[in-house]
Design a protein around this ligand. Structure first.
Ligand code: C2E
Ligand code: MG
Ligand code: MG
Ligand code: MG
Length: 270
């Protein structure tokens, strides 16, 4: 038995591991049906300016599973990426978001809002990515300058020239780009300068103690001034308290997102 072979030995007969594998397999089987069964839903979380006015919404995917309830993206995006489902799912997120943006344009209270979606590395690497985005914009009538695509640092470390070429084509059409969770990956300053970005999103791990005595305030300040000197705007993620909001404003940040301003809500309820 696995146990007799020692504590650190991993065996395929480990009953805990076996049940974890079975659970993943059943989740995957359900995930393959999620799109055709219309179980995917979009939530939106506001991004506000210094006055607290809503400027933008980040679109966040959820899976309304028939028995597990609302499943968060942390539990199924990686699975979708590993099993080739993310292109269809990502395309659905893109098209739904563009359709919603086009509808916002007909509402004077929302016509200046932008929407940000999270793009998976598999989508970005797909040869049809640029055309898929341009087609979604054209077919829904959403203005390109109101769509922002969020990428992460790890996606930008390889195939740099191809990535810059794709980003540049979309940017010429008006689409904007944000670097998500900034500060948690491996950014080199030289490639940050080369990438056609518009925005740095400061990871929420640096925001948690931004009003405290520690180093987080220094790191947030450094990211904000780095963004400013590169001509990018800085967005603080995970702002949960009025103290954090005040501290970030004092550091020169102009855009904010977090539970203090609003939790993600179903797009349909906005
Ligand atoms: P992210 O893009 O960094 O999104 C921000 C996450 O922080 C969201 O988690 C949001 O609910 C959470 N959050 C917002 N404000 C606060 C706050 O004040 N405090 C705390 N503790 N958390 C806050 P969520 O919705 O679970 O999404 C997790 C990640 O899943 C996202 O991180 C993004 O990387 C990914 N994701 C979400 N939707 C999509 C999608 O449509 N496609 C892809 N490829 N990835 C997605
Ligand atoms: Mg994001
Ligand atoms: Mg983030
Ligand atoms: Mg994140």
């Amino acid at each position: 038995r696995a146990k007799a072979q020692g504590r650190n030995r991993l065996s395929v007969f480990d009953p805990g591991l076996e049940s974890a594998i079975l659970a993943q397999a059943s989740l995957l089987q359900d995930l393959r049906q999620a799109l055709p069964r219309r179980e995917l839903v979009l939530h939106a979380q506001p991004i506000v300016d210094e006055t607290g006015a809503v400027r933008s919404q980040e679109i966040l995917l959820r899976w309304a599973h028939p028995t597990r309830g609302l499943v968060s993206p942390g539990e199924f995006i990686a699975l979708a990426e590993q099993h080739g489902l993310i292109l269809d799912i990502g395309n659905w997120v893109l098209r739904r978001t563009c359709a919603w943006l086009a509808a916002c344009g007909r509402d004077p209270a929302r016509s200046a809002w932008t929407a940000a979606i999270n793009v998976s590395v598999r989508q970005l690497r797909d040869p049809g990515f640029v055309d898929a985005v341009l087609r979604a914009l054209a077919e829904t009538g959403a203005p390109a300058h109101r769509l922002r695509l969020e990428l992460t640092e790890s996606m930008l470390l390889t195939e740099v020239d191809e990535t810059i070429a794709k980003m540049s084509r979309l940017r010429e059409a008006g689409v904007r780009f944000a670097l998500d969770d900034f500060g948690t990956g491996y950014s080199s300053l030289s490639y940050l300068r080369r990438l056609p970005l518009d925005e740095l999103k400061i990871d929420r791990s640096f925001i948690a103690d931004v009003a405290g005595e520690g180093n987080d305030g220094v790191i947030a300040r450094t990211i904000i001034s780095l963004a400013n000197s590169l001509g990018l705007s800085a967005v603080a993620e995970g702002v949960e308290t009025a103290e954090q909001f005040e501290a970030l404003k004092a550091l020169g940040c102009h855009a904010f997102q977090g539970y203090h301003f609003g939790r993600p809500l179903p797009l349909a309820d906005l």
